[in-house]
Design a binder for this molecule. Structure first.
Ligand SMILES: *Cc1c(COP(=O)(O)O)cnc(C)c1O
Length: 441
C-alpha cells in the first residue's frame, strides 16, 4: 500500500503515513508537506485507456492502483461516483495547440476537481465513525466557495467557512452563503488575514481540536493534489499517438499545486515531455529556472489574481521531487512570465483568432504556450493548455480586454437568486470559539 512522508522529515527511517492520515492532517506535524514515498506505476493502466474511455473510468482505473490496500474497490467506486458529476473537455485549436477546459464543475474553476475528490474521500473514510469531522476554512473568495460546495451534502462532515465582511465580491458572497445544509458561513468583521489567523488559533487549541474533531481542506492537502493528476492522464488518453508524440502541458500557476500534480503524473508513467510553468509577474519559479536563485517576495496584484503568489507553497514539493537538482528540473520544466498588458492582448487575440472568450488565467497559459511553441520547442510538439476558470467569472477583465460581456455560467446564475444565510461575528477568538462549541460541541 502506498505510503506518504513529509518533505521535512530527513531521518533515515521517516514516518510513513496512510492516505487517510494525510488528508485529515493536511500539513505534516513538522510543518512539511506530504508526498508519495514510492512511485506507483500507472503505465499499464494508462495504456488500457483509449479516446472513448470516460473520465470516470479513467479516474477509477488510476485510483484502483493508487489506493489498493487502503480502500476497497467499492469504496473507490463510491468516492469517484460521488465526486465527479462533471468532467474536463478537450478542444483542439489546430497548429498543435489544445485547450483542456477544467471549468465545467459547480464553481466553474479547476479547483473543483481536487475539492470534490477530497470531500468524497473524507466522507467515505468517516463512514461508520461515531463522530463527524468539522472542516474549517478561511477564504478571500474563490477557493472557499469551491471547497464548501464540494462538501455540501456529505453526511459525516460539517463545514464552517469564514470570510471577511465586505471584502468578497457579491457573486462570491452568494456562492459562500446560499448553500445551507452542512455548510455554515461566518461573516467576520475583519480582514482575510484575520480570518486565517482565527482558523489557525482554533487548530492550535488542543482541547477545541479534539472536542470538535477539527480538520482542514486547504490547497496543500494531498487529497486535493493527487486527483489533479488524473486529468493529465485523461487529456493524453484522448490522443491516438500519445506514446509516440511529443506532448507538453502549459499550466497557469500560482501555488504550483496544479503543475506539481502533472509532474507526479509523469513520474507515475504518463508519457509527457514536459510542462510550461506559466505565471504572471509573480514569477519566482520561472526566475529560479533561469538563474538557479529562489527569491520569494510579497505578492504583486495582477489581473490573474488567483495566481498572485510570491512564495508558492508547493515549491517545497517540487524541490523534493527533483531532489533539489536544477538540471533535472530544467529538463522537464520551462518557465514563462506574462504581464497584465500581454494577458489582455492574449484575450483579445484568442477572440479574434478562434471566436471565443477566455479568462485571464487561461490567457497566461495560452500565451506562454504560443511563445514557447514558436521559439523553443521542437517542431511538431503538441501543447495542451489547462483552462483553469470560466471567462464568465471575470466580467470586468473580459470587458476591458475585448469590449464583450461574457455569459455567466448557468451554475453561477442560479445562486444569484438564492437568499444569503450567514452568521455575523466580531473579530475575537472568544466569540469564534464560543460559536463553534455551542453549535458543534
Ligand atoms: C488556483 C488557481 C490557479 C493556480 O493554481 P495553483 O495550483 O495554485 O498553481 C490558476 N487559475 C485559477 C483560476 C485558480 O483558481
Amino acid at each position: 500500500m502506498l505510503k506518504y512522508i513529509s518533505t521535512r522529515d530527513k531521518s533515515t527511517n521517516p514516518e510513513r503515513v496512510s492516505f487517510k492520515e494525510t488528508i485529515f492532517r493536511g500539513l505534516a506535524p513538522d510543518g512539511g508537506l506530504y508526498y508519495p514515498h514510492e512511485q506507483p506505476d500507472l503505465t499499464e493502466i494508462f495504456k488500457s485507456f483509449n479516446p472513448t474511455t470516460s473520465y470516470k473510468e479513467v479516474v477509477l482505473g488510476l485510483c484502483h492502483t493508487l489506493f489498493s490496500g487502503e480502500l476497497s474497490e467499492e469504496s473507490v467506486r463510491r468516492i469517484v461516483e460521488n465526486a465527479y458529476s462533471f468532467e474536463p473537455r478537450l478542444k483542439s485549436l489546430g497548429d498543435g495547440l489544445h485547450l483542456l477546459e477544467l471549468f465545467h464543475g459547480p464553481s466553474c474553476a479547476f479547483k473543483d476537481f481536487g475539492a470534490f475528490f477530497l470531500a468524497a474521500a473524507m466522507d467515505e473514510f468517516l463512514k461508520g465513525c461515531r463522530r463527524k469531522a468539522l472542516v474549517l476554512v478561511a477564504t478571500s473568495g474563490d477557493t472557499g466557495s469551491a471547497v464548501a460546495r464540494a462538501f455540501l451534502g456529505c453526511s459525516n462532515v460539517e463545514v464552517v467557512i469564514l470570510y471577511p465582511y465586505g471584502r468578497v465580491s457579491p457573486l462570491q458572497e452568494k456562492q459562500l452563503t446560499t448553500l445551507g445544509g452542512n455548510i455554515t458561513a461566518l461573516e467576520v468583521k475583519c480582514s482575510f488575514d484575520d480570518c486565517q489567523s482565527l482558523v489557525k488559533k482554533a487548530f492550535m487549541n488542543r482541547e477545541l481540536q479534539e472536542r470538535l474533531n477539527l480538520t482542514s481542506a486547504n490547497s496543500i492537502n494531498l487529497g486535493r493534489l493527487i486527483p489533479q493528476s488524473f486529468y493529465y492522464f485523461y487529456a493524453l488518453s484522448r490522443f491516438e499517438n500519445s506514446q509516440t508524440g511529443e506532448y507538453w502541458f502549459s499550466v497557469p500557476s500560482g501555488n504550483f499545486g496544479n503543475l506539481t500534480a502533472g509532474v507526479y503524473a509523469q513520474q507515475w508513467g504518463l508519457p509527457v515531455r514536459g510542462f510550461i510553468a506559466a505565471t504572471n509577474i509573480n514569477d519566482v519559479v520561472p526566475q529560479y529556472l533561469e538563474s538557479g536563485i529562489y527569491k520569494p517576495h510579497p505578492s504583486f496584484h495582477t489581473l490573474s489574481n488567483a495566481m498572485d503568489v510570491g512564495n508558492p507553497s508547493n515549491f517545497e514539493r517540487l524541490m523534493t521531487l527533483f531532489k533539489h537538482d536544477l538540471r533535472s528540473m530544467r529538463r522537464i520544466l520551462r518557465g514563462e512570465k506574462i504581464t497584465d498588458a500581454e494577458t489582455l492582448k492574449a484575450m483579445k487575440d484568442v477572440l479574434r483568432d478562434y471566436g471565443f472568450l477566455i479568462d485571464p488565467h487561461t490567457a497566461v497559459g495560452w500565451l506562454a504556450a504560443r511563445r514557447l511553441q514558436r521559439q523553443k520547442l521542437n517542431r511538431g510538439a503538441e501543447i495542451i493548455v489547462l483552462c483553469t476558470a470560466h471567462a464568465g467569472k471575470f466580467p470586468e477583465t473580459v470587458r476591458e480586454a475585448t469590449g464583450m460581456e461574457p455569459e455567466l455560467p448557468e451554475a453561477l446564475k442560479k445562486v444569484l437568486d438564492l437568499p444569503k444565510q450567514a452568521v455575523q461575528l466580531g473579530n475575537t477568538q472568544h466569540e469564534f470559539f464560543d460559536f463553534l462549541l455551542k453549535q458543534f460541541g
